[in-house]
Ligand binder design. Structure first.
Ligand code: AMP
Ligand code: ZN
Length: 487
């Protein structure tokens, strides 16, 4: 089964068969959060996508070392190496120790990941815990001629690197276009070239987070921490490196440049990038405020929603889209996912109660095979979900006596559904009690009302609406059909 997994590699721009460097061992590094504020749902989508990927690799019996870092130093407000360090700034504004900020948001992040049922990574290293390793790389890069000191800071020499390597290989950019697209600072910059990026920054007097180094009291550049930590825990070359697609450039491009010039070989075989969760058609982002926090989603305390949703419903909503497709957040989409989630879970509960017959009316092996085909096709979770619903349709037929399943097939279907729903998609059974039954009852009532309306029996249709309203259920007729909510 392992040998059939195909992964879309951003570096190649196509899907390819996955072949780890060391047989059945996989090294995977995912850029973690910058812990200066709460993670929003967009951040969560990326980490949940990699959780699903991690889970599938484990299911395929790979021995995975999954490293996801915590950025607690070095990420400046602006990717062009300008502005303050995000953590340092927040600490200054709130008159707290930087490590208080780091602690608060790391704990919050772990709590949210737990609620989304994301497995902890194998190692979760921090940038501040790896200052020595970062300094060692900077020293080596200066020695090799790929970096230079200027005014107590050290920069990576992109043009020098590009003479023998290809800067832009990941993001498909040409260095000439990048150069012409940058502002010339008339010699005011410490950098030789505007494309050069910081490996080490001298700290200004008000900068709280600082470490001694051969060049100055300062702090490491953001891109460097991931090179240092992936190298330390996964080696010079490892299998998978992931992050949101907004990290492709400059962050990952810079990581390739650093890693390649440090190790003499490309550091990563498969680059994986997740697409963005959008709100109102725009990327959810910490800086613009166009975002929704997980707590707001769970409680429903936001103008964007008229009710709260369980974390498992949100996880299912994310799994209904492919990780490389953009996904737009909306209240209606969440409601539809909630219905789908209940249907899938009810189907699974029913499966547990079925009894086997002598033979099956459905090719259950082919059905289970189709679960694997979906996931082997670059972790295609929406197709997997569609296949699981096909299984639910069959389960319902067996349940109402219009189809049969053999005892052997029943056992295999139970094992497969359990693995794909819980172990791989990472869903959990939640207390669906009244809500799910209410959903089923409302489907029946609204179907009856639809029939009444089609027969122009307005009295019955209005009566149903008014009685439901009295009972605390609002029925709304719209272009897309009829919806309901608790009022
Ligand atoms: P940050 O804490 O800002 O460094 O982001 C943590 C992770 O979330 C990175 O992998 C980002 O690429 C990812 N990310 C940021 N915004 C979104 C979004 N709207 N949708 C999906 N992933 C995102
Ligand atoms: Zn990173």
């Amino acid at each position: 089964m392992q040998s059939q997994l195909k992964i879309y590699n951003t570096l190649k721009g196509e899907k390819e068969l996955f072949k780890p460097i060391h047989n059945n061992q996989v090294g995977m590094y995912v850029c973690g959060p910058t812990v200066y504020s709460d993670v929003h749902l967009g951040n969560c989508r990326t980490f949940i996508s990699f959780d699903m990927i991690y889970r599938y690799l484990l299911h395929l019996d790979y021995k995975v070392r999954y490293v996801r870092n915590i950025t607690d130093a070095g990420h400046l407000e602006n990717d062009a190496d300008e502005g303050e360090d995000k953590i340092s700034k927040k600490a200054r504004l709130e008159a707290l120790e930087p490590m208080e900020i780091v602690q608060k948001y790391s704990v919050g992040f772990h709590d949210i990941m737990d609620r989304f049922n994301a497995l902890p990574p194998s190692i979760e290293p921090t940038a501040t815990g790896h200052i020595i390793e970062q300094i060692e790389i900077v020293e080596a890069l200066i020695k090799k001629g790929f970096a230079y000191e200027s005014n107590g800071s050290v920069y990576f020499d992109v043009e020098k690197y590009n003479e023998t390597h290809n800067y832009g290989i990941l993001s498909n950019r040409k260095i000439e276009d990048l150069i012409s697209g940058t502002r010339d600072l008339d010699g005011q910059s410490e950098k030789r070239n505007q494309l050069d990026f910081a490996l080490w920054k001298q700290a200004s007097p008000y900068h709280i987070m600082r470490w001694p180094s051969p060049w100055s009291d300062g702090f490491p550049g953001w891109h460097l921490e991931c090179t240092a930590m992936s190298h330390k825990y996964l080696g010079e070359q490892f299998d998978i490196h992931g992050g949101g697609m907004d990290l492709k450039f400059p962050h990952h491009e810079c990581e390739i440049a650093q890693g390649h010039s440090y190790n003499g070989k490309p550091p990563v075989n498969y680059w994986l990038h997740t697409n963005m969760l959008t709100l109102n058609g725009k990327k959810m982002s910490k800086s613009t405020g166009n975002n929704l926090l997980p707590e707001e989603l769970f409680s429903g305390e936001t103008t964007l929603l008229d009710k709260g949703f369980d974390p498992m419903v949100a996880r299912f909503f994310m799994m209904q889209a492919h990780y490389r497709s953009e996904l737009d957040f909306s209240s209606d989409a969440l409601k539809a996912s909630e219905k789908g989630f209940y249907k899938l879970m009810n189907g699974y509960d029913d499966l547990e109660k079925l009894t086997g017959a002598a033979e099956s009316d459905e090719d259950v092996s082919a059905l289970i095979e189709s679960f694997y085909e979906a996931m082997n096709d670059d972790f295609n979770t929406p197709v997997l979900v569609a296949r699981l619903f096909e299984a639910v349709t069959f389960i319902n037929k067996v349940k109402d006596g219009t189809a049969k399943i053999s005892s052997a097939d029943l056992d295999s279907l139970k094992t497969a559904m359990k693995a794909f729903i819980f172990d791989i998609l990472g869903l959990n059974s939640i207390d669906r009690g009244d809500d799910s039954k209410l959903g089923v009852a409302m489907d029946i009532i609204l179907e009856l009302r639809k029939n009444a309306r089609e027969n122009k029996d307005w009295t019955t249709s209005d009566l149903i609406r008014d009685k439901l309203n009295e009972a605390g259920i609002t029925v709304k007729d719209g272009k897309e059909g009829t919806s309901w909510s608790l009022n």
